[in-house]
Design a protein around this ligand. Structure first.
Ligand code: DC
Length: 219
């Protein structure tokens, strides 16, 4: 029987990870943060990696093994047996991730890794192309959206809580630049799947967004 897959896509800072964790907990299944996979690759290979040639990148990535364990909010994503930590959670690494994410060779590598995790587990899968490219047959697809001002504010609070204070206006500019690149790349650009439910979360509380997701899955 095909496994339950719920896809959660949307732009930077919209709250996908928070919702993915909560929904995964509600459904007692793991969540997969695919942004963390792009970030981990970018972090490991360094800022300039997106300019490397394909063969070199392929060679490096051949040594990368992503694994998922746990359930709900305690799902753990590891790279080569080591849990991916908060070192990837800066806007700078987000931009490096967005840069490598434009490369077909990186997307092909991660597509295989993501699908092979999806073969083994029911998942709440969050990212940019979960509903369009990676799990097009998923029975439940959501696209979360919000104004860039609101997303910058949310990211600002999230970073502050992690002890990584940032400047609000600068965050807004970084998020806008990243979104533009994520939406305009040729391979698997950020966009809602035709059959996704779009939720504008700008004026919604976390509880309201969560309830909308749970309603959508129950339907
Ligand atoms: O969700 P995030 O901010 O952690 O993602 C970081 C970057 O990774 C994002 O700007 C684009 C890329 N990404 C992607 O291209 N496809 C995904 N499914 C997830 C992330």
């Amino acid at each position: 029987m095909p496994k339950l897959i719920v896809t959660l896509d949307g732009p930077a800072g919209v709250g996908k990870s928070t919702m993915a964790k909560q929904l995964a907990k509600e459904l007692s299944i793991p969540y997969l943060d695919t942004g963390a996979m792009f970030r981990a690759i970018a972090w490991k290979l360094g800022e300039g990696a997106w300019r490397w040639d394909e063969t070199e990148l392929e060679g490096e990535m051949a040594g990368f093994d992503f694994t998922l364990s746990g359930v709900g909010e305690t799902s753990i994503l590891s790279l080569n047996g080591v849990e991916i930590g908060d070192e990837i959670r800066t806007e700078q690494v987000g931009m490096w991730a967005s840069n490598v994410a434009t490369l077909p060779v990186v997307r092909t590598f991660l597509k295989q890794a993501q699908r092979s995790i999806g073969d083994r587990f029911a998942l709440v899968a969050e990212g940019r192309d979960m509903g369009t490219a990676i799990f097009p047959d998923a029975p439940y697809k959501f696209f979360l959206d919000a104004t860039v001002e609101e997303r910058a504010r949310r990211r600002f609070l999230q970073l502050r809580d992690m002890g990584k204070p940032a400047e609000l206006e600068e965050l807004k500019e970084q998020i806008e630049a990243r979104d533009l690149q994520d939406r305009s790349r040729t391979v698997a650009p950020l966009k809602p799947a035709d059959d996704a439910i779009t939720i504008d979360t700008t004026d919604l509380s976390k509880t309201e967004v969560f309830e909308a997701l749970v309603q959508g899955v129950k339907k």
